[in-house]
Design a protein around this ligand. Structure first.
Ligand SMILES: *Cc1c(COP(=O)(O)O)cnc(C)c1O
Length: 526
């Protein structure tokens, strides 16, 4: 391999108009990007430090590095260019439709971004005196009031920082409530179609997890659930709408049966965007439910953050909810907001199980969510749910002649459309379809989840896509699916147009190369 002016690898032997390759390896303005170690040098540094040495006292108190750590050094512009080039090979909701099911990747209005960046919100410090953050507390309080109203529940804990964190919060409250009546139940029941975070959370909270099967229609098997209930069952975790994209119509009966057996009902409300303004979980007998603000109420997410998972509680669970709470009080000088914390908790919160976080939660997400809610209004939020469901059903019905829809016959879906790999030619799989979609310029849908469907493909278009955008995506997926059914062997090689070809994902996950090794001189000579 040789290097060009910027020290980046080149392939001059093969470059030329005829071969279709270039001297730099770049394609037009798409720049090929080597690894940091291939462009940088472990002997180079981007910053100047005074050299250490005799007469120069170190102020690091013995913490200074003793040997090189082997990281490649680059100048600031080289570093910025490296990461900017990589970012151009990335896919984002601002580039195109992002059909990931169970993730709700929707466009987030720029208005919400603008509000979140107002310095009065963005520059706050969590340790500022309460008197100086009355506006921020008002935002938390108003947003909480909206969430309580929209869900028909009794109270809300705003501090959990993700959906999974909210699940933990809900289960800790359930555990405290049961322990308060001297009831040490050990089992949490989780449907087999549950989101992976549900059993993980229950196990993390110290419970034993048992599965309840799904029925042929993709819903919780009510009879199987009822027959398992008993004095050892602390509660159930039900995702509604569930991960097959279906509403659980037996929710009231499920809650009644669990309560009759002395347990409590946790609802995974991550998919609230499908029912907001249409269904109030409080009417379904639910005791605790988290809401993913980053799925239903704006905030771009993906790649691990940011998130916010406020938890709404029934009246029975409210005394056990975590601190702090924001409360609006009437003082002599007018309305004020106070923080109810450990030292000033009254009888309503005196049995709180403790804290989820050091402070109050994700302020930037609260401002985005409240801006989103106020700009849509109650009627607009209802339309969000209706349009999300309409778009998913449009995808489902437009593709069910080419892709098998395992629950297509049981009526409309909610916010996501589920397909299986039934009918694909021998040797072609859901993974091949996903890779084929990359060549068509789309991030793949969620695949092999939920586990109850063979070779599952879960597509969530969200409400923010137009009919034209949906038609384009449907056309692309139809084309790839037809190739899978016809047994087109070239699909096995996809993606062929992406910056990288098909990777060995197992090897990449099991043996990631995260440390630089000096090149083997024998190999370098080749
Ligand atoms: C996204 C999601 C979660 C987890 O939420 P995080 O914010 O990623 O922790 C849990 N359950 C369901 C159904 C989800 O879609």
């Amino acid at each position: 391999m040789t290097m060009n002016r910027e020290g980046r690898p080149t392939r001059p032997e093969t470059a030329g108009a005829v071969t279709g390759t270039t001297w730099t390896g770049n394609r037009a303005l798409m720049l090929d990007e080597p690894l940091l170690f291939e462009i940088g040098d472990t002997q180079t540094t981007g910053v100047d430090f005074d050299p250490a040495g005799p007469g120069r006292e170190s102020r690091l108190g013995g913490l200074e590095r003793r040997r090189p750590i082997g990281l490649a050094g680059l100048s600031e512009p080289e570093t910025v260019r490296h990461y900017t080039r990589l970012s151009r090979q990335n896919y984002a909701i601002d580039l195109g439709l992002f059909p990931l099911g169970s993730c709700t990747m929707k466009h987030n209005p720029r208005l919400c971004e603008k509000v979140a960046r107002l310095p009065g919100f963005a520059d706050l410090h969590p340790l500022q005196p309460v008197d100086t953050v009355q506006g921020a507390l008002a935002v938390i309080s108003d947003l909480g009031a909206w969430l309580v109203r929209l869900t028909g529940m009794h109270s809300v804990a705003m501090s959990p920082k993700a959906g999974a964190h909210g699940e933990l919060c809900g289960l800790l409250a359930i555990r405290s409530a049961l322990e308060a009546r001297g009831d040490m139940r050990e089992v949490i029941l989780v449907p087999e179609s549950a989101h992976g975070t549900n059993p993980a959370t229950a196990a993390f909270a110290g419970y034993r997890v048992e599965n309840i099967p799904a029925n042929a229609a993709g819903r919780v098997d009510l009879d199987a659930l009822k027959s398992r209930l008993g004095p050892d069952v602390a509660g159930v975790m039900i995702t509604n709408p569930n991960t097959c994209g279906l509403f659980e119509p037996d929710m009231i009966a499920i809650s009644a049966a669990v309560h009759a057996a002395g347990g409590l009902v946790y609802c995974d409300g991550a998919n609230f965007n499908a029912i907001v303004g249409r269904v109030r979980p409080g009417d379904l007998g639910i005791d605790a439910m988290h809401i993913n603000l980053h799925k239903t109420f704006s905030t771009p997410h993906g790649g691990g953050g940011p998130g916010a998972g406020p938890v709404v509680f029934s009246e029975a669970l409210t005394p056990f909810a975590p601190l702090p709470f924001v409360e609006r009080i009437q003082a002599d000088e007018g309305e004020r907001y106070v923080l109810v914390e450990e030292e000033n908790a009254d009888e309503h919160h005196s049995r709180s199980f403790g804290r989820m976080t050091a402070f109050h939660g994700q302020m930037g997400m609260f401002t985005r969510a409240l801006a989103y809610i106020l700009s849509h209004g109650a009627d607009g939020l209802r339309q969000v749910a209706e349009d999300a469901v309409l778009n998913a059903n449009y995808v489902l019905r437009s593709l069910e002649d080419v892709l098998e829809a395992p629950f297509g016959a049981s009526g409309p879906c909610m916010h996501e459309a589920l397909f299986s790999d039934k009918g694909f030619a021998e040797g072609l799989t859901t993974l091949d379809v996903a890779k084929g979609l990359i060549d068509e310029g789309y991030h793949p849908m969620t695949m092999y989840f939920p586990l109850v469907v063979h070779g599952a493909m879960l597509v969530e278009p969200t409400e923010t896509e137009s009919k034209a955008a949906l038609d384009q995506f449907i056309g692309a997926l139809r084309n790839v699916a037809e190739r899978a059914k016809a047994g087109d062997p070239s699909l096995k090689a996809a993606p062929i147009h992406a910056p990288r070809r098909r990777l060995d994902e197992t090897l990449a996950a099991r043996k990631p190369v995260l440390v630089y090794r000096e090149p083997d001189p024998a190999q370098a000579a080749e």
